[in-house]
Design a protein around this ligand. Structure first.
Ligand SMILES: [Zn+2]
Ligand SMILES: [Zn+2]
Length: 336
């Protein structure tokens, strides 16, 4: 089978021919049909996380395909089922976080594409208990980005406790933000999209946003206050200076949730914490339960990531496009 290997950081991926993985009795062999290309993959390839990644590695953690071999002890997935694999490859399953279905907080989780072979490959094996079925209503190409980008924003909204009719502000309308608008809307929220590109208004409204604030033209805090203040702000940007002022736009009991790993700190006024009881939080990916919800919500509400497809052979071109910030939304590799 063909795999794209990151042999060492800061070098293009190399295509290699590997033996088909042998699966154990609790594992599943997935024929990868599509694999999303995530910003995290770029961090792996560019060596930003060199202390953590064991090179060589096969990246790819937005895997959508078909189960082609199922271990004898896996009874809930059958050959031919449409399945995928997310960032969390496996976890200890016994710590308190795992028992609560919050596997991203498990201190002993394995990561697809970092500590285990990922989906930049024609086939990958996965632990049966961590393989997730894909609802029939979703096509595999559009399902792939839901395994990281989708579950990331949905989990963040869930952890922020979004309730119907609350005002949810989504900052940034890119790969994460365009999904966050759709999920927040499906959760019954009123949604306000914030972008520094005034040209994104039409798209934001098409995705379900009730309001649009062009941050290049208007003061977002004033505009949020006019709407009564945001109950939740989900920020998907990587710039703390752009996030910082928004805290003022939170309503009392408002929650700011961060999903972009900006390097600069965000300052919070103790006065606001006390008098408005605001909460500043963040979230990364999601556990199996939230992933199932992410996929089912997409099927039920017609949530769809906007994708650009590259053939697997052009994985280096896809990564380069991402490096240059070219794709507006999500990239998906088409295998075979
Ligand atoms: Zn990712
Ligand atoms: Zn655990």
């Amino acid at each position: 089978m063909k795999v794209a290997v990151c042999k060492e950081p800061k070098k293009p991926l190399v295509f290699e021919e590997w033996n088909m993985p042998e699966i154990g009795e609790e594992e599943v062999l997935i024929k990868v049909h599509y694999c999303g290309v995530c910003h995290s993959d770029l961090h792996i390839v560019d060596g930003d996380w060199a202390d953590w990644v064991n090179y060589p590695t096969v990246p790819g953690h937005e895997v959508a395909g078909v189960a082609v071999k199922v271990g004898s002890k896996v009874d809930w997935i059958k050959e031919g089922d449409r399945v995928g694999m997310p960032w969390i490859y496996s976890s200890c399953e016994v710590c308190d976080y795992c028992v609560e279905g919050d596997e991203p907080l498990c201190p002993n989780h394995e990561i697809t594409g970092i500590t285990r072979q990922g989906g930049y490959a024609e086939y990958m094996k996965a632990p049966g208990r961590f393989v997730t079925k894909i609802p029939q209503a979703l096509d595999l190409a559009h399902a792939a980005p839901l395994f990281c980008a989708g579950v990331t924003v949905y989990s963040a909204l869930k952890h922020a406790g979004v309730k119907p009719d609350e005002l949810v502000a989504v900052q940034g309308i890119g790969g994460l933000g365009h999904l966050a608008i759709q999920y927040a809307k499906a959760m019954g929220a009123r949604v306000v999209a914030l972008s520094h590109s005034p040209g994104k208004e039409e798209l934001a409204r098409k995705l379900g946003a009730d309001h649009f604030i062009s941050t290049a033209e208007k003061d977002p805090v004033e505009e949020l206050k006019k709407l009564g203040g945001a109950d939740v702000i989900l920020t998907t940007v990587f710039d703390s200076k752009a996030i910082q002022p928004l805290l003022e736009g939170l309503a009392p009991r408002g929650r700011l949730s961060v999903v972009g790993a900006a390097s600069e700190p965000i300052q919070v006024s103790p006065f606001d914490l006390i008098t408005k009881r605001i909460v500043v939080t963040g979230s990364a990916v999601g556990g199996r339960k939230l992933l199932r919800e992410t996929l089912q919500m997409a099927a039920d509400f017609g949530i769809e990531p906007m994708i650009e497809t590259y053939p697997f052979e052009q994985v280096n071109e896809a990564l380069d496009a991402l490096r240059k910030g070219k794709p507006k939304f999500r990239i998906v590799l088409k295998m075979g």
